[in-house]
Design a protein around this ligand. Structure first.
Ligand code: IVH
Length: 684
C-alpha cells in the first residue's frame, strides 16, 4: 500500500469506527457486530503501526496505551466545580421553588434529571479534540486522569457535527451493576475485601495507575452540565440535546417541568423505578432551564442557586432476625449471614442479609428474635443497619460469634488488624478444598471447562481429589462410572451426573490441555491469598519463574512495583508451608508451566546484538518497555535514549512519538517491531 493509500484508509477507518461507537454507546443503536468491529480495529491498528505518521489523535486505538501514572498531576479547574445543595423532603423543594419565584417574579421552567451516584468529572476539548479529564477534587483543583478516562469507550475523543471551538463538559463516571458484581466476585475469589458499593468501585478504578487495568473495569459516564456560554443556546435542555449531537452520552431520563407538582411526579416515579436501572442513582437533580435566569439567580459560595438535589431515602424495612448462618469461603474467611422473615424491599423479596463480620454484629448488638432494619442503599446485597429496640422480645438471644469452623470444627483464628475470622484448616476443611479446586479450574485460571462445581464435588466426595495436584493423577479407570444425583432445588429439576466414556475423556483432555497454560495464569490459579490476576502477572514477569519467586524475601517483594505489605506477607507465608511446596513440586513434575518461556527469552543471554545501539520507544504488546530493554542488554545490545547517527535500530511500539519517527526517517535508521527484535535474537 502506498503511503497516500494508507493515509486515506486510516482516515476512513478511524471515522467509521468512531461512528460505530457513537451509535452503540450514545444512541444505543448498534450498527455492526462486535466481531466485525474488532476486525476493523485490528486493520486500523496494523496500518497505524506501519504508518504511525498518519495516526489520528481521535483514533480508537489510542484509548488504551497511555503510560502508567504513579502520581496524578493536580490541575486547577478553569471554572470551579461546584456541588449542589441537598434536600431530603418535599418541603425543602417548596422552599427552593418559592425562593426562585420570589427573586424573579414568576415560576420558571425546570429540568429534572437523575442524580447519578458516581464521581464527577470535567472534560476539556479544543477544536473538537479531547485533551484533558480532571476529577472534582476539592472543587478548585482536581487530579488529571486523562489517560484513564480515555479508556471509557463512550467518551468521544473527537466531537461530531457543529461543535464549539472550546468546550468544557461535566458529568458522572459510574460503574454499572453488572460490572460491579463481576468485579466483587473476582475480589472475593482471591480473598480481597470487596468494594462496598459501585461508587467506591468506580473511584478505585479511576485512580488505578495502569490505563490497561482501567479499561477492564467497564466504567461508564453520563454528561449533565456545560459551564460555559455557547452562542445560540439559551436553555440547559438545549445544551444537553446539543451535547448528545456532539457525541456525549446524555441520559434520556429527564423531563421539562412547569411547576412543583410535575417535579414531584418525576421524583415519585423514579423513587420506584430506580431499582430497575442498571446503575445506581441517589436522587433527582432539579435545574432552572433558562440560562439567563440561571445567571440572574447566581451562586452562593458553594452551590448554584438555580439547582438543587433531592436525595432519595434509602429504602428500609423492618423484619425479624430468625437465625444466623456462617459461610466458609475458599480462603477460609467466615462470613455471618442473617436469615430473615421474608420481606418486600425495593421490588424483591429479601430472606437473607449480610452481617459482614463479628465487629458489625457486636456494634449493632443484634440478637436472634430482634426486629431489625434492613436497607438496600447503594449496595446490591441488603444489609442490617439497626435494631428496633422497642420490639426486642425478652428472650432475644445474644449472638455469640462462633469459635469453631461450622464445616470442620477447627478453632477459628483472627489476624491482627483484620476483621474476619478464618478457619486455618486449609488442607482439611471441605469448602476451602472445593473452593480452591473450583478457583484452579476456572476460566481465568487453568480454564479446565470440562470440570465444573458439580464434578469437582463428585471427585472430592469420592476421595479422588483433595488438592489441585491430585487432578493430574486422575486416570480413566478412576473416573469412569462415577455417578451423582443432584436433588431438586427451587425451580430446578433434579439432575443426574454420570461419567461415561465421553465425559471421562473430556475431563482428562481438559486437564492435559491445562499443562500449556502460561505461568502468570498458573500463579493466579494456585490461589495465593491477595494474588489476583494482575498481581500474578506482575510477579510472573518480574520473577520469571516460581523458584525465584519462592525464594524472594518480604523486603524484596515489597520493592516490586505495586506489591504492598499485605500481598508480600501473604506470598512469604504461602511458600513457608511445606504442603504448598509439595503441591508445586508435584505440579512441576506433571509439566505445568512454572516459568515465562517465550521465543524472545529462550535465547536469553547471547551476544547476538553486540556492538548495536538501540532506542526503545512507545508502548509494547507483549512486554513492558523495561523488559524490552533488558532483553536487548541480555543479548549484548546497548540502549541509548536519543536517536543519533550512531543508532542502529529503533524498536517501536504503539504511540511512538512523531518527532522520533521523523528523525529516524531523516537519518535512515530502521524502525522495527518487538516481533522483529525477537526474530533478530533467535534467527541470526
Ligand atoms: S449538576 C453546578 N446534574 O451530584 C451544578 N450533578 O451533589 C453541577 N450529580 O457534584 C452539577 N447527577 O457529581 C448535576 N444530573 C446531575 C447529576 C449531578 C449526579 C452529582 C455531581 C455533583 C453532585 C452534587
Amino acid at each position: 500500500m502506498t503511503p497516500e493509500e494508507a493515509k486515506k484508509k486510516i482516515i476512513s477507518l478511524t471515522k467509521q469506527l468512531n461512528d460505530y461507537n457513537y451509535y452503540y454507546y450514545v444512541l444505543n443503536q448498534p450498527k455492526i457486530s462486535d466481531f466485525d468491529f474488532d476486525m476493523k480495529l485490528k486493520e486500523l491498528e496494523k496500518l497505524e503501526n506501519e504508518f504511525p505518521q498518519f495516526r489520528l489523535p481521535e483514533s480508537p486505538t489510542q484509548r488504551v496505551g497511555g503510560e502508567p501514572t504513579k502520581d496524578f498531576k493536580t490541575v486547577r479547574h478553569s471554572i470551579p466545580m461546584l456541588s449542589l445543595s441537598n434536600s431530603y423532603s418535599k418541603e425543602d423543594l417548596y422552599e427552593f421553588t418559592n425562593r426562585i419565584k420570589k427573586t424573579i417574579g414568576f415560576e420558571p421552567e425546570y429540568v429534572t434529571e437523575l442524580k447519578f451516584d458516581g464521581l464527577s468529572i470535567s472534560l476539556s476539548y479544543s477544536n473538537g479534540i479531547f485533551f484533558q479529564a480532571v476529577t472534582r477534587g476539592d472543587g478548585e483543583k482536581g487530579d488529571d486522569v486523562t489517560n484513564n478516562v480515555k479508556t471509557i469507550k463512550s467518551i468521544p475523543l473527537k466531537l461530531r457535527g457543529n461543535y464549539p471551538e472550546t468546550l468544557e463538559i461535566r458529568g458522572e463516571i459510574y460503574m454499572p451493576h453488572k460490572v460491579f458484581e463481576r468485579l466483587n466476585k473476582e475480589k472475593e475469589e482471591i480473598g480481597e475485601t470487596p468494594f462496598a458499593n459501585p461508587r467506591n468501585a468506580a473511584a478505585g478504578s479511576l485512580k488505578l495507575q495502569d490505563p490497561n487495568e482501567v479499561a477492564d473495569r467497564g466504567l461508564e459516564a453520563f454528561f449533565y452540565y456545560i459551564p460555559i456560554k455557547i452562542e445560540g443556546i439559551n436553555t440547559h435542555y438545549e445544551l444537553l440535546q446539543n451535547a448528545k449531537k456532539w457525541g456525549f452520552r446524555v441520559s434520556n431520563h429527564m423531563a421539562l417541568c412547569k411547576n412543583i407538582n410535575e417535579i414531584f411526579e418525576f421524583i415519585d416515579d423514579w423513587d420506584k423505578e430506580r431499582y430497575n436501572l442498571p446503575f445506581d442513582i441517589d436522587g433527582i437533580v432539579i435545574k432552572v432551564n433558562d440560562l439567563k435566569i440561571q445567571e440572574q439567580l447566581g451562586y452562593t459560595a458553594k452551590f448554584p442557586r438555580w439547582a438543587i438535589a433531592y436525595k432519595f431515602k434509602a429504602e428500609r424495612v423492618e423484619t425479624k432476625l430468625l437465625s444466623i448462618d456462617y459461610q466458609v469461603g475458599r480462603t477460609g474467611a467466615v462470613t455471618p449471614v442473617a436469615n430473615l422473615k421474608p420481606v418486600q424491599l425495593a421490588g424483591s423479596t429479601v430472606k437473607r442479609a449480610s452481617l459482614h463480620n463479628a465487629d458489625i454484629i457486636a456494634q449493632l448488638d443484634v440478637r436472634i428474635g430482634d426486629t431489625v432494619y434492613v436497607e438496600k442503599g447503594g449496595e446490591i446485597i441488603p444489609k442490617i443497619v439497626g435494631v428496633n429496640l422497642n420490639k426486642r422480645p425478652k428472650d432475644a438471644l445474644q449472638v455469640k460469634f462462633i469459635k469453631n469452623c461450622p464445616e470442620c470444627g477447627t478453632p477459628l483464628v483472627r489476624k491482627e488488624g483484620e476483621s474476619a475470622w478464618y478457619c486455618p484448616n486449609e488442607e482439611g476443611c471441605p469448602p476451602q478444598i472445593k473452593g480452591k479446586l473450583e478457583h484452579f479450574i476456572s476460566r481465568k485460571a487453568m480454564n479446565i471447562n470440562s470440570l465444573g462445581e458439580g464434578k469437582i464435588e463428585m471427585l472430592y466426595d469420592n476421595n479422588l481429589v483433595s488438592n489441585i495436584a491430585d487432578l493430574y493423577d486422575l486416570t480413566f479407570d478412576m473416573l469412569i462410572g462415577l455417578e451423582k444425583i443432584i436433588s431438586s432445588t427451587e425451580g430446578k429439576k433434579s439432575k443426574k451426573i454420570s461419567f461415561r466414556e465421553k465425559t471421562t475423556q473430556n475431563i482428562l483432555n481438559g486437564i492435559e490441555q491445562s499443562k500449556s497454560v502460561p505461568f502468570p495464569r498458573v500463579l493466579y490459579a494456585i490461589g495465593i491469598r491477595y494474588v489476583g490476576e494482575t498481581v500474578a502477572k506482575k510477579l510472573a514477569y518480574h520473577y520469571k519463574n516460581i523458584d525465584t519467586l519462592m525464594n524472594a524475601t518480604y523486603d524484596e517483594l515489597i520493592n516490586v512495583d505495586e506489591i504492598g505489605d499485605k500481598i508480600a506477607q501473604s506470598i512469604v507465608e504461602y511458600f513457608s508451608k511445606k504442603e504448598h511446596i509439595n503441591i508445586i513440586n508435584r505440579l512441576k513434575a506433571k509439566g505445568i508451566q512454572f516459568s515465562i518461556e517465550t521465543d524472545i527469552k529462550k535465547t536469553k543471554t547471547s551476544d547476538k546484538l553486540k556492538d548495536l545501539q538501540f532506542v526503545v520507544s512507545g508502548v509494547f504488546k507483549n512486554y513492558s518497555r523495561d523488559e524490552i530493554k533488558n532483553i536487548i542488554e541480555d543479548n549484548g545490545g546497548k540502549i541509548v535514549s536519543s536517536i543519533s547517527s550512531r543508532t542502529n535500530y529503533i524498536i517501536a511500539g504503539n504511540n511512538m512519538g512523531p518527532v522520533k519517527k521523523e528523525k529516524a526517517d531523516r537519518l535512515g535508521i530502521p524502525i522495527i517491531s518487538e516481533e522483529e527484535l525477537a526474530k533478530m535474537i533467535s534467527l541470526r
